[in-house]
Design a binder for this molecule. Sequence first.
Ligand SMILES: C[S@@+](CC[C@H](N)C(=O)[O-])C[C@H]1O[C@@H](n2cnc3c(N)ncnc32)[C@H](O)[C@@H]1O
Length: 430
Amino acid sequence: MAFGGKGVARVDGKVFFVTDAVPGDVVDVEIVEDSGRYADARIAAFKTPSTLRGPSPCRFSDQCGGCQWLGIPYENQLAWKRQFVETALGRIGRFHGEVLVPVSGSGATIEYRNRIFLRGVFASDGSVSFGYFRRGSRDLIPVDRCAIARPAINDVLGRLGSARFHRPVNLRASTPYRMEIQEIPQQGGDAGAQVVITVYPPDPACRDLDAFVAGLRGLPGVFWAGFIKDLKDAPLVVFDEQGGIKYHTRPGQFQQVNVAHNRLVRSLVHEIVEGYKPARVLDLFCGSGNLSLGLCRDGRHVEGIEFSEAAIATARENVRINKITGALYLAGSSEKHLWKCAKKGEQFDLVIADPPREGMFKDLIPLQKIGARVIVYVSCDPATLARDVGALIRGGYALKSVRAFDFFPNTWHIETVVVLERDGLKADVP
Ligand SMILES: C[S@@+](CC[C@H](N)C(=O)[O-])C[C@H]1O[C@@H](n2cnc3c(N)ncnc32)[C@H](O)[C@@H]1O
């Protein structure tokens, strides 16, 4: 199994990376891109499916592009994910020591995702089909249930399937638009979890979906629905509570999709940070403060930096509502902010970095200038993580610990937390 959920096959010395194939599959493949000694391929037909393939809990799994591994035993999934991280650190990071990566499996392997992105398309009778794109294409596969989504999301999805809306006059019947459904815990009022829905119209100026959005607001189980461009009117909602802190968000803002595992990572990051007792912590790519709000204690200065002004506004509201002191959340680029701190001679003992899939920036000089003795790197992509960790090790940091968390069961994705230290520093790192 290669990174990206590609099964590896060899024919006459040539290597084929076959998307979605698992060990033991006997398949005919179609070559997508031939690079000489190796080729990317996709499954054209199954001869004999692998004995690892069991019944899938999802009716759409053989067509939908979402989950590749539904029906594959969970222990195999975890073993492959561990191998992805270990292999990436060795091959891409060129880390030569032995790294054993413990992977924490998810308690729930289905019904764990608290946000899903769907496409919606109107039919002429006013019904709307919601679904995902077919694997490797832009054809819509209508779904009335998503096996990995939280039950509150599926309840609303079921209601949407039987609802009729006023079909927009101008919107072409075949134009799919994007929609995000996010579960939020009970916000007072009605019992049970509810959802917020953010609609992304095909063109930002388009008002054709106004009546549809008004209809969504009237559906049972929907706490709020609106357009991505109108989020200033969206309510602040609590999406999690841990260690006495209420974590707020607004519809459409980034939040981790697996709340239970996010709590584990947040606790681990806090445990690591407290082990070093740093006086000043810098949280790069901080979002709305998910990882660092709980670190503002004992007179510590915590500074967070994030591109999204909306996320920073929410981080500041989190500070105010939770009566937190010692926190400064700023909108801007992590890289530019680091340089600014370096030029001003500001020092931080510990840096948390939780970048998007593309990873961190290449320039390590400002990290060294701000005196960061410890880096806690949280990553959703083992390949860019390994590239960056390799660069940090060559820049004088030592790899202290690596742990992986399966935020995304039944897919090949994996979240990893790495601790790096400048040589000579001692701490109890969990
Ligand atoms: C994986 S998310 C992590 C957010 C947060 N740490 C959390 O746990 O919710 C990455 C965040 O980095 C932000 N981002 C991406 N590139 C950035 C950059 N160059 N500088 C600052 N923030 C950036 C994104 O807007 C996003 O909120």
